[in-house]
Design a protein around this ligand. Structure first.
Ligand code: SF4
Ligand code: SF4
Length: 77
């Protein structure tokens, strides 16, 4: 799926949405995030630890199972 066009149509409070059913806990998104806002929970699933997202999207593009969706705001410049 193409990221921005569809993502902006959906409203959500979270800037990064992780599909826990898809996540295999590989830790890649945690490592690529320059802000260090992602972490693995006790079940080994990624989650957003801090809400400081820069919308740079490597977490989404590098996830091997397409479990991360960055909820791009309308006015990213
Ligand atoms: S979009 Fe960037 S800042 Fe936001 S969670 Fe992903 S890697 Fe981190
Ligand atoms: S990159 Fe994807 S599969 Fe790996 S921990 Fe992050 S969300 Fe889970």
């Amino acid at each position: 799926m193409n990221m921005s066009a569809k993502a902006v149509g959906q409203r959500s409070e979270a800037s990064v949405i992780i599909d826990r059913d898809k996540c295999i806990g590989c830790d890649i998104c945690v490592q690529v995030c320059p802000m260090g806002i992602l972490a693995l929970d006790k079940d080994g699933k990624a989650y957003m630890k801090y809400d400081e997202c820069w919308y740079c999207t490597p977490c989404q593009t590098d996830c091997p199972v397409d479990a991360v969706r960055v909820n791009l705001p309308y006015l990213v410049r």
